[in-house]
Design a protein around this ligand. Structure first.
Ligand SMILES: Nc1ncnc2c1ncn2[C@@H]1O[C@H](COP(=O)(O)OP(=O)(O)OP(=O)(O)O)[C@@H](O)[C@H]1O
Length: 395
């Protein structure tokens, strides 16, 4: 066991105020692998930030640096304005929950929590036992107090491990994929519980996940990491509705945004299958699957439409995009490849001249593979990206 931590009194429930965390241009290289590039991120006291990104994007490295299990190559990490660099984990007042919980296998649930409180917080045995019982009750698992890990289900073990992390009432809690390995229903149940507990404790929390639904559900804000760079930090709504980069647009959403590359010339972005008015310098554009309207082709008097057209009688966002005075609309004709039922909705994959794209429609719309369809989206639903991948706003 590591050196004893300085004993910080364990505050009662509802009394913990988490500290602000500042990652200040953190970079971390492992030889030629640049795991993190100049990541700057501030987490407010008591805030839950979900770190979301694909495998290898640097999430765990950032969390390990926060815990003191790794040090950045350059940059600074501050808790409440004080640099934590060089401080060992037990001096940082952080608790960690890992994917594979390291519970002591030969100890009961109660003893696992009691030990953490005695060693981590220097509590007397009786005070530690009282706090451990209170925490197990808080998690609704008081009846597991006497059981060893081997006598519990995976979900129960996970609860005990989370209880152990929460029991110490650290001012920062770091959770690294704490629910992977559990079935979908249990994950949803547990995440609701965890968020409730974190809020009642007021702890500042970083929650690593590669599951976007989990990140959006858990995080007050979501930090999206891609290739070691912070792509965007924002509320779940900001991340979804206003992706800062093409990476975020193509990573968040199920299915994600449809994105097409093109060549910009004279105010338009062109490629095989489309030709749309676009802001200067655009290299690609995207449309969310739910922003398309899908109709069976024979329902409309149109054939082979692969362009932006004007809707007569409505003011046009792009002015003369195909005719003066109309509001521009993207239209694509295509053929249904496959239609997947997902609860109240369906995802329809449509092959068009611009490639296969995903469209979300009401489940009542039943389409068979091969059916000819037309897709329409208002140009206000188009998101444009620069060659760098940054989103371009319309001027
Ligand atoms: N100790 C190490 N030595 C060498 N390379 C490392 C080390 N730790 C991490 N890396 C590399 O740094 C990059 C980021 O890894 P990291 O584990 O932080 O990603 P992650 O987003 O947490 O991925 P996952 O979701 O798969 O856990 C990867 O390319 C990884 O191979």
């Amino acid at each position: 066991m590591s050196a004893p931590a300085p004993a910080r009194p364990v505050p009662p429930l509802g009394m913990v105020t988490g500290v602000p965390i500042e990652f200040d241009r953190i970079s971390r290289s492992f030889g030629s692998v640049h795991a993190l590039h100049e990541v700057s991120l501030t987490v407010a006291p008591g805030e839950i930030v979900a770190l979301l990104g694909p495998s290898g994007s640097g999430k765990s490295t950032l969390l390990r640096i926060c815990a003191g299990l790794d040090e950045p190559t350059t940059g600074d990490l501050r808790f409440d304005g004080t640099s934590q660099l060089g401080l060992p984990p037990h001096r940082r007042d952080v608790s960690m929950v890992f994917q594979h919980f390291a519970l002591y296998p030969h100890k009961s649930a109660l003893d696992n929590l009691t030990l953490a409180l005695r060693h981590g917080r220097g509590l007397s045995r009786s005070a530690a036992v009282a706090r451990a019982r209170e925490t197990l009750a808080m998690l609704g698992i008081a009846d597991l107090a006497g059981r060893r890990p081997a006598q519990m289900s995976g979900g129960q073990r996970q609860r005990v491990a989370i209880g152990r992390a929460l029991a110490t009432r650290a001012r920062v809690i770091l959770l690294d994929e704490p629910m992977s390995g559990l079935d979908a229903q249990l994950r949803v149940e547990l995440r609701v519980e965890i968020v409730g507990l974190l809020r009642s404790l007021g702890t500042t929390a970083l929650f690593v996940t590669h599951d976007q639904a989990e990140a959006m559900a858990v995080g007050d804000r979501v930090a999206v990491l891609g290739e070691g760079r912070l792509q965007q930090i924002g509320t779940p709504d900001e991340i979804y509705d206003r992706p800062a980069t093409r990476f975020v647009a193509a990573f968040v959403g199920s299915p994600p945004m449809n994105v097409w590359d093109g060549h910009w010339h004279g105010g338009r972005l062109r490629a095989d299958g489309f030709d749309v008015p676009a802001p200067a310098g655009a290299a690609a554009f995207g449309v969310r699957p739910e922003h398309f309207t899908l109709d069976a082709l024979d329902a409309l008097d149109v054939v082979d439409i692969v362009d932006v057209v004007d809707v007569p009688g409505q003011p046009g966002r792009f002015g003369g995009a195909g005719g003066a005075g109309g509001s521009a609309e993207l239209r694509l004709s295509g053929e249904v490849v496959v239609s997947e039922r997902l609860g109240a909705e369906r995802t329809v994959h449509v092959r068009t001249g611009a490639g296969v794209l995903a469209v979300r429609v009401n489940a009542a719309l039943v389409l068979t593979p091969g059916a000819p369809v037309v897709l329409r989206a208002p140009t206000s639903a188009l998101t444009f990206f620069a060659p760098s991948g940054d989103r371009l706003d319309h001027s």
